[in-house]
Design a binder for this molecule. Structure first.
Ligand code: FAD
Length: 453
């Protein structure tokens, strides 16, 4: 079987469906394939949080009370110190949604824009023309082969990056596999509260020091207890046990557990190549400080749809050069911000629980909405050193993190206007990342300590 299309999108979840809808809306024949069945689409885990404003911002229909994907809205979330003190409040309207029905909403939206959605269809391999340009794909469906001819292949297949990892090494795109060191393994415990009235969970509480949280769920007499860690589910489980031994969690009974993972590494230096773009988790677009990905991927999708919409006009094949503005526009904005935060993370978390508590008390890094931007960070840090609240090592970690984060941010803001300067830019970026700490390394050290007992 053979099909012709302008755009093939691999992966029909939050990134793929959004990009497909945006391309179809511009009049491009667009096909989205996913290996999942209709019943399984989006069922990787159940509850997802997305800021309410993002729906309007990206032109998507907003879920509301009575819709199958809508659970509730919360207006505030709270960060707490390692010693469970000094709550920091952040106010924002966040929708609590169910993933599988959300995917139905997005599928319906993408179809309404003109995209075709083909389920039970697994991407197998790329197809190239005589000039070695990507011009198609082989899909497998119902045991048979479907050959697709296309001008653009968009990889939105999630962490496995089914297309990106199958491209030749010299295709102008990084083909790395996102392995255990580069993933954040999340375990969600859905629990029933023993005292649902007194302990009602209607706001998310997070303990950044332990990467743990307590959040609302569909059942108002229940809650979700979450933990995330690099390396493995096994290590994440041990982190949870260590946290639960000393934290005052409400009394509960375990209902069931969900496990899933999210990318936790820098994205590829280029998102585009000849006839190709990578989006969403396949491109490691997650916020390094929260692990959340959906609205940040939508930002890359909207830039990519504008630029590919422009360079594919009149039947043109979208070359790497023509699509380069996708890189420039994304990397100089959200890309630079996330790169800085990722580079800063390991330095910022290298401290004792007491030092983390001191940072909370004095609004260092962790700020309440009403304290945002108040006070001079350097003075706060020096006061911490003098008073004994922060050790020289913790201060060094924070200052080093801020220094390397600032340099990486500046470098990303100077991303080259065209591919000519890319080689030099990558060499300097590699050198800078070599100086930044790594969360995986910290996790490995911590795990080694745990094994020693
Ligand atoms: C436990 C957990 C909680 C999270 N909570 C939040 C949250 O509250 N808010 C938030 O914004 N983000 C959250 N994230 C991150 C968020 O889930 C991801 O960033 C987002 O789902 C990525 O979307 P995506 O479309 O790129 O990929 P995915 O959602 O992974 O979708 C990829 C699709 O590609 C399909 N596919 C894969 N391989 C192939 C193939 N070979 N052929 C055809 N199809 C294929 C898959 O079947 C899948 O449907 C969370 C992550 C985890 C693990």
């Amino acid at each position: 079987m053979e099909q012709n299309t302008d755009v093939l999108v691999v992966g029909a979840c939050t990134a793929g469906l959004y990009f497909a809808g945006l391309m179809a809306r511009q009049g491009y024949k667009t096909l989205v394939c996913d290996r999942s069945s209709e019943a399984d689409l989006g069922r990787r885990y159940d509850i997802i949080h997305i800021g309410q404003d993002y729906f309007g911002q990206f032109g998507l229909p907003e879920p509301g009370p009575g819709d199958p994907d809508y659970v509730t809205t919360f207006h505030r979330s709270i960060l707490r110190s390692a010693l469970d003190k000094w709550p920091k409040n952040t106010h924002a309207d966040v929708l609590v949604l169910r993933r599988a029905p959300l995917m139905k909403r997005l599928s319906a939206w993408a179809r309404a824009q003109g995209a075709d959605v083909l389920l039970n269809a697994e991407y197998e391999s790329p197809v190239f023309d005589q000039k070695n340009r990507l011009t198609g794909a082989v899909l497998r469906r119902d045991g048979g082969e479907i050959r697709i001819k296309t001008r653009l292949t968009a990889d939105a297949s999630g962490i496995g990056a089914a297309v990106r990892t199958r491209l030749p090494e010299d295709y102008g795109i990084e083909t790395f596999v996102t392995g255990p060191r580069d993933q954040f393994y999340v375990i969600l415990r859905y629990v029933k509260l023993k005292n649902p009235k007194e302990d009602a969970v209607d706001v998310t509480r997070t303990w950044p020091y332990y990467k743990t949280w307590l959040a609302p769920q569909l059942d108002p007499s229940g809650a979700i207890m979450g933990v995330g860690a690099n390396l493995s589910f096994d290590y994440a489980e041990r982190c949870w046990k260590r946290f639960a031994e000393q934290a005052a969690m409400p009394e509960h009974e375990l209902d069931y557990i969900e496990q899933s993972s999210t990318p936790y590494r820098r994205p590829p230096y280029s998102f585009v190549s000849d006839g190709f773009v990578v989006l969403g988790d396949a491109a490691c677009i997650t916020n390094p400080w929260s692990g959340e990905g959906v609205p940040y991927a939508w930002r890359l999708c909207s830039i990519a749809a504008e630029e590919f919409g422009r360079c594919m006009k009149n039947g043109a094949y979208p070359s790497r050069e023509a699509a380069w503005p996708v890189n420039v526009r994304y990397i100089r904005s959200q890309g630079a911000e996330f790169a800085r935060n990722l580079a800063m993370l390991s330095g910022a978390v290298q401290c004792s629980p007491e030092e983390n508590d001191y940072e909370f008390q004095h609004s260092i890094i962790f700020e309440d909405d009403k304290d945002k931007g108040k006070g001079n960070l350097l003075i706060k840090l020096l006061k911490g050193l003098v008073s004994g609240g922060l050790s020289m090592q913790a201060l060094g970690g924070l200052m080093g993190a801020a220094g390397i984060g600032g340099k990486i941010f500046a470098h990303y803001c100077a991303f080259p206007e065209n591919p000519a300067g890319f080689g030099d830019w990558v060499r300097k970026a590699e050198a800078l990342w070599g100086k930044a700490g790594s969360m995986a390394e910290l996790a490995e050290q911590d795990l080694a300590q745990m094994e020693k007992g």
